[in-house]
Design a protein around this ligand. Structure first.
Ligand code: PCA
Length: 213
């Protein structure tokens, strides 16, 4: 039985000196959540290399749950991403100086994948603890979406990861980076709650269930 939870964060990019996604997942490294050990790892903010690293981490740890985390400047809440798209369209160069425009993440693969995290249950769990949170309909078209799409493609196609669930969460800037922001302690607390909820709830209710027509 896989007994690990993999959390990834990114290194600083775009001229910044820190990335709250890495600081937050690092703070959770080694913690126990419902009998599972959290492993935190840093991905480079680089197209392709980030996915090679993620692939190696998945092979090494075979986690039950994977949540990749990235920074989204300008957002004020923890953003539970719903959908990853098969597009790279970088508004700036990555940390290797590469800026793909209108290329695919995976040739011949589906246009999009939905998260396999229970994002509505996670949203309710976060809001119950007064952590600002939202469901987001776009993870952008830069390295975060690239990693999210690559993750969901691996989970959908690799037999050894058939039982692994995963998705992506964007976090706001820290107060020292600008406005809007969220204190690191709140981001860490929110991610821990989100992980716990994702371990407890396998799937959100099916769309439309419970309605009468
Ligand atoms: N945020 C970027 C890439 C790395 C990160 O932390 C993004 O949203 O694509």
């Amino acid at each position: 039985m896989p007994n690990k939870i993999l959390l990834t964060g990114f290194d600083a990019f775009g001229g910044a000196t820190l990335n709250p996604s890495w600081l937050a997942v690092k703070a959770l490294h080694g913690r126990q959540v419902l009998g599972h050990t959290v492993v935190a790892a840093q991905l480079p903010t680089v197209f392709d290399a980030s996915l090679l690293e993620l692939n190696a981490l998945l092979k090494q740890h075979r986690p039950a749950l994977v949540i990749c985390v990235g920074q989204a400047g300008g957002r004020s809440a923890l953003s539970l991403e719903r959908v990853a798209i098969n597009v790279n369209d970088a508004p700036i160069a990555d940390n290797a100086g590469v800026q793909p425009v209108d290329t695919v993440v995976k040739q011949g693969a589906p246009a999009a994948y939905f998260t396999s995290l229970p994002i509505k249950a996670m949203l309710a769990a976060l809001q119950a603890q007064e952590i600002p949170a939202e469901v987001s309909q776009t993870a952008g078209t830069f390295v975060c979406n690239h990693v999210f799409y690559g993750l969901m493609h691996l989970l959908a196609t690799r037999r050894d990861l058939k039982h692994t669930r995963g998705g992506f969460v964007h976090v706001p800037w820290l107060p020292e980076q600008g406005t809007p922001s969220m204190p690191l302690d709140d981001i860490v607390r929110g991610l821990r709650l989100a992980v716990r909820c994702a371990m407890l709830v396998q799937h959100d209710a099916v769309l439309g269930a419970g309605t009468t027509s």
